[in-house]
Design a protein around this ligand. Structure first.
Ligand code: SF4
Length: 265
């Protein structure tokens, strides 16, 4: 149900309570108690929020809030025609400029964001890691895990946690689709692949069939993980075609007719 003659931006499926829908002037008066009159525009409509609960919408004309709307929610008891104000808020319309969705910092971090001295703790439940030792069948609470971890450290059992299969998969996918993978521009124009390059250092473990480390100090990927089907122009067996080879410089010729020759006699 539309209040006044103003166009409605959005209407709930059910019609608002008639008494509340007729209380647009009350709703406007409430907004004007909180905002400057210059920031309150035309009445945009009335939406049902529930049984005997309805919200009146007014355009927000403040320059910094284009597309936003004042929303005044009214309610009343079943045996009364007096409307009560529940809340007054600014809500974004479909055209409003709003902040992008919040992304936790752990998901925003990129390689290279960590500065010297920064700490980046890894959560106990990080799926990329699993305990190197067994917890048994019974799940442990955080305190128990901390105690087991401390014992493992005291006993010198080495790494407390190691990569989980999921952590390995995530790393492999990241490396394979990155600059060290077969789809990078460097690899696509390479004459040969890393698997046949003398500068490839083989790695052990589950990823040995897919990755190695480049050890060519003249290559862009020196010291980095590369997939075996990656490649670059610094491949150990690269040969220049005849037309790509530098033009040979003739040997120096001793000129016996110059002044130097006469000076040395
Ligand atoms: S020099 Fe090039 S081809 Fe050889 S291992 Fe490094 S990246 Fe691969």
């Amino acid at each position: 149900m539309v209040c006044h003659d103003a166009p409605v931006i959005a209407l709930a499926e059910t019609s608002p309570d008639a008494t509340l829908a007729a209380a647009a002037d009350l709703a406007r008066a409430i907004v004007l108690e909180l905002a400057d009159a210059t920031d309150v525009g035309k009445h945009l409509g009335c939406e049902a929020e529930g049984e005997r609960i309805a919200s009146h919408l007014f355009a927000c004309t403040s320059p910094g809030y284009a597309g936003w709307r004042w929303s005044v929610t009214l309610t009343r008891s079943a045996d009364s025609t007096d409307a009560t104000v529940n809340e007054v808020v600014l809500i974004p319309g479909t055209e409003a400029i709003v902040a992008p969705p919040w992304v936790p910092y752990t998901e925003r971090l990129q390689p290279g964001d960590l500065s010297p001295g920064d700490l980046l703790p890894v959560a106990d439940e990080d799926p990329r890691l699993v305990p190197t030792y067994s917890f048994g069948d019974d799940p442990l609470d955080a305190d128990a895990k901390a105690q087991v971890r401390q014992v493992a450290q005291d006993l010198g059992l080495g790494r407390v946690r190691t990569l989980s299969p999921e952590g390995l998969d995530m790393a492999a996918e990241r490396w394979y689709s990155g600059d060290g993978g077969p789809e990078s521009p460097l690899a696509k124009s390479a004459p040969d692949s890393c698997w046949s390059c003398g500068f490839l250092v083989r790695v052990a473990g589950h990823l040995s069939g897919t990755f190695g480390v480049c050890a060519n100090g003249n290559a862009n990927d020196d010291g980095r993980i590369v997939s075996l089907d990656h490649g670059c122009g610094a491949h150990s067996e690269v040969k220049l075609a005849r037309k790509q080879q530098p033009i040979p410089v003739p040997d120096h010729v001793f000129d016996t007719l110059t002044d130097d020759e006469f000076d040395s006699l």
